[in-house]
Design a protein around this ligand. Structure first.
Ligand SMILES: Nc1ncnc2c1ncn2[C@@H]1O[C@H](COP(=O)(O)OP(=O)(O)OP(=O)(O)O)[C@@H](O)[C@H]1O
Length: 235
């Protein structure tokens, strides 16, 4: 087990809970998809896990204190005055990583994501996709126990997406867990082991694809998208 999440209520003010009764855990190597329409509460759930939410009643527990996570946000977050290389150095120093280890890990990533030529430039001059790649490189640099990824499928070009998923697969094989929020149900269906379907701040179904198809309860339901539509209609 990597993390156990039990959120009774959370939101942006104590009197107005936005999400309720969100309970799930993520095991080593598991990819859990957090799915739901706009406003369902996916980002609020992620903020609760990251403990950046204003109000939460519940608990978020890593299996042991030495575990750490990396968060890849949908909107890239960076320091305006630091270059790409300085971001890498700063992240490595926060993790007390040696310069040698940092270079070993980061060089292949810079090559894969084709950012070698801009290492001494400021991310503010990058395209959105390049900024997203910076977020991804920083996450893979620290090799966390848990990757928390908010909508990775918008902004990256097809090759970058393929490379990203391949690297993630490698991390999972080494025991990292992943929580990924997305609207891309066809891709989620292909890559996730577990699904959490949210609507209006609550979980309407969770489990394996088989569990979700079963919960939708129709013999004609063959895809995650179909099940989601049926389950949404019921709420
Ligand atoms: N900072 C905030 N203050 C108050 N309410 C907020 C805030 N951020 C989000 N909300 C509300 O919380 C609810 C859930 O929003 P959230 O961003 O968690 O949804 P989401 O599932 O991530 O949606 P999307 O797919 O559009 O990103 C929405 O009704 C939204 O208006």
């Amino acid at each position: 087990m990597v993390i156990d999440i039990n959120i009774n209520q959370a939101g942006y003010g104590k009197d107005e809970p936005i999400i309720q009764n969100i309970n799930f855990s993520i095991k080593e190597g598991e990819l859990v998809g957090l799915l739901g329409p706009n406003g369902a509460g996916k980002s609020t759930t992620i903020k609760s896990i990251l403990e950046t939410i204003d109000y939460m009643d519940g608990s978020v527990q890593f299996w042991d204190d030495s575990m750490r996570y990396a968060y890849i946000p949908e909107q890239p977050v960076y320091y305006d005055e630091l270059t790409l290389w300085e971001h890498i150095q700063f992240t490595a120093s926060m993790c007390e990583m040696s310069e040698e280890k940092m270079k070993d890990r980061v060089q292949p990533l810079l090559e894969i994501f084709r950012l070698n030529k801009v290492i001494h430039e400021l991310p503010v001059t990058f395209s959105k996709g390049m900024q997203q790649k910076l977020m991804i490189i920083l996450a893979f640099l620290i090799k966390p126990n848990l990757y928390i990824i908010d909508e990775p499928f918008i902004g990256l070009d097809p090759k970058a997406m393929k490379d990203f998923l391949r690297l993630l697969e490698h991390e999972r094989a080494n025991g990292a867990g992943v929580l990924m929020s997305t609207h891309m149900l066809d891709t989620a269906e292909r890559i996730c082991d577990h699904f959490i379907l949210m609507s209006e701040g609550e979980v309407i179904a969770q489990g394996t694809l088989e569990n979700i198809l079963k919960a939708a309860g129709s013999n004609n339901v063959v895809s995650l998208l179909d099940s989601f539509e049926i389950l949404m209609e019921r709420t």
